[in-house]
Ligand binder design. Structure first.
Ligand code: PLP
Length: 387
């Protein structure tokens, strides 16, 4: 009998992948399944990006790259950050990794150990709590409530900081709620953190290109006073429909760069070279495809929010960003998990129970609208028929 490490039992998972597997199994059995469960764009990676990856392979870029990423890629990142957020970043502070997830893992490993506290949004991306528990640190949830548009309250957050707090994780636009935190709350958080100089902040801005209704993204990079303890996570997966390429980055404070680079060397050496060339083409090339994709998400968002609000027992707040709607379903009399299972098994519609994103997700269901308007409409009709 194998004797596994105790830490392994603390590692969680991302239920969206389990729903994807169940939906795939039902589809293989011949069922017609509409997948509103998984958080990935339903578009192809734009052609010029694909071509750049192929060209890199043909040109012989088959070897290791620097562990922190190719310099032209890190320079393309800093130029993009300047264009989008109006900030100056040194390419030496950019560390390229395989996707968005490694940055959260490395940030938590860097600060997490028994006896320390790490704060994270709840409901929120499930990997935060999973890796915090894995590190042995105590996870301290930051409650996100529908009445605040699923944005954190800076006062409530600041009041939870103790001398054991080492890292705070925030995420806007947010998964699973689509919530966007208003600038006033971010201002207040940054101001309040002055009193806690021992606390690092990780801002997950992977959906920073996806805000609707005239909203503009506020990047934590725009606050010079916390640059020395800010980890800003972003990547290519969502913006350029590149989830399967595995490419992401973070801007790290000076004090963390060597530590994270060693974590990269120990973990994966570097991101594969061809993918990095594709990443350069994505950032330096035309951005029309991104604009078109976001416009489509916006149109579908309006369709799905209206349709969900028309379902008996559903109440769906405005979805301000990302590509998720997060309706309250308490009026149906079902728990989140019951609704997820019934909608998948009886209606052939995959969604993800709010409880997959933390205990405060009970009573909610996540719908990804990264699917065609036609499929969204059919899915809602099928759910209506059950209700
Ligand atoms: N951060 C958030 C909030 C996400 O929702 C996701 C993906 O769903 C990621 C990070 C990770 O993205 P990647 O696929 O690049 O690891």
């Amino acid at each position: 009998q194998l004797k596994f490490a105790e830490s392994l039992s603390r590692l969680g998972t991302e239920s969206a992948f389990e729903v994807l597997a169940r939906a795939g199994k039902l589809a293989a059995e011949g069922r017609d399944i509409i997948n509103l469960g998984i958080g990935q764009p339903d578009f192809r990676t734009p052609e010029h990006i694909v071509e750049a990856g192929i060209k890199a392979l043909r040109d012989g870029h088959h070897g290791y790259t620097p562990a922190n990423g190719l310099l032209p890629l890190r320079e393309a990142v800093t130029a993009d950050l300047h264009r989008r957020h109006g900030v100056e970043v040194n390419p030496d502070n950019v560390v390229v990794v395989p996707g968005g997830k490694p940055t959260m893992f490395f940030a938590v490993l860097m600060f997490g150990q028994p006896g320390v506290e790490i704060m994270y949004p709840n409901p929120g991306f499930p990997i935060y709590e999973s890796v915090i528990r894995y590190s042995g640190a105590t996870p301290v949830p930051i409650a996100l409530e529908e009445k605040n548009g699923f944005a954190f309250s800076a006062d409530a957050l600041l009041s939870q900081i103790t001398d054991r707090t080492r890292l705070i994780i925030i995420n806007s636009p947010a998964n699973p709620t689509g919530g966007v935190t208003p600038k006033e709350e971010i201002d207040k958080l940054v101001k309040g953190l002055e009193a806690h100089p021992h606390v690092a902040l990780m801002s997950d801005e992977i959906y920073s290109n996806m805000l609707y209704g005239g909203r503009e993204h506020v990047s934590l990079l725009q606050y010079p006073e916390i640059r020395d303890r800010l980890i800003m996570l972003d990547g290519w997966s969502k913006t350029y429909a590149m989830t399967g390429w595995r490419l992401g980055y973070a801007v790290w404070p000076d004090a963390c760069v060597d530590h994270v680079t060693r974590l990269c060397i120990n973990d994966h050496s570097c991101v594969n070279a061809a993918t990095q060339f594709a990443g350069i083409a994505a950032l330096n090339g035309p951005q029309d495809a991104v604009r078109e994709m976001v416009a489509q998400f916006d149109a579908r968002r309006q369709v799905i929010v209206d349709a969900l609000n028309g379902l008996p027992g559903f109440r769906c707040p405005d979805a301000a960003g990302a590509f998720y709607a997060f309706p309250n379903i308490e009026g149906t009399g079902m728990t989140a998990r019951e609704a997820q299972d019934r909608f998948l098994n009886e209606a052939g519609v995959a969604t993800v129970a709010g409880t997959s994103f933390g205990k405060w997700g009970e009573g909610y269901l996540r719908f990804s609208y990264a699917n065609s308007t036609e499929n969204i409409q059919t899915a809602i009709e099928r759910i209506a028929a059950i209700l």
